[in-house]
Design a protein around this ligand. Sequence first.
Ligand code: SIN
Ligand code: FE2
Length: 229
Amino acid sequence: MRGVKSNIMPVAGQEMKKASMMRDLFASDTVDICPGMVLLRQFVDTAELQPELESILTVSPLRRMQTSRGFYLSVQSSNCGQLGWVSDRQGYRYSTLDPLTGQSWPAMPKAFRALAQHAAECAGFPGFMPDGCLINQYQPGAQMGAHQDRDEADADAPIVSVSMGIDARFFVTGPERRGRSSAVDLSDGDVVVFGGPARHHYHGVRKLKFSEHPRFGAVRWNLTFRKAG
Ligand code: SIN
Ligand code: FE2
């Protein structure tokens, strides 16, 4: 793993100035986790995202999804945007409707979309048009096993993953599920973007240790933006 200071000039500089939550990229650390996978450290002030998150969850509340084999995921999930990722005994898929409410998912807040687009651009993926955002809540003890994000129609578009709340260890193995992994600790405000050669890399999150965040408490949130349809 290589740690480099970013020298990327943000193309959407005007956009960034408008969005006060996005910090100056020159003040942030950019880490190349592997080719196609970039960590933008301290990229966003998550205090700006918190009220939007809360209002999404009043419409489409958190729920624990089931896998096709009948196990429950250890995270609790919801979505916003046109397409939401769902899992149940029928398997994984994207759905325009929230199965819990029978209604559309809440719209993707403008600030969420702008953040995802700007992060993608800074990571070398301009023109990202996310149509879905999966929201996962991790409590201490929760984890995410090695998996690929491969349910999306457009594999040219990257995945943009935003961390909020307490820290987690994120790992990547590569094109194979098993084998040596690279790992990084993700903190509140960090954003990982993966696309190109890393778009279908296996990745996951190690079991969360207990800690507390001053605003979010003993919880981690992860938002993953996708071009699903
Ligand atoms: C995931 O791939 O869904 C997990 C990413 C994360 O929580 O950091
Ligand atoms: Fe994933």
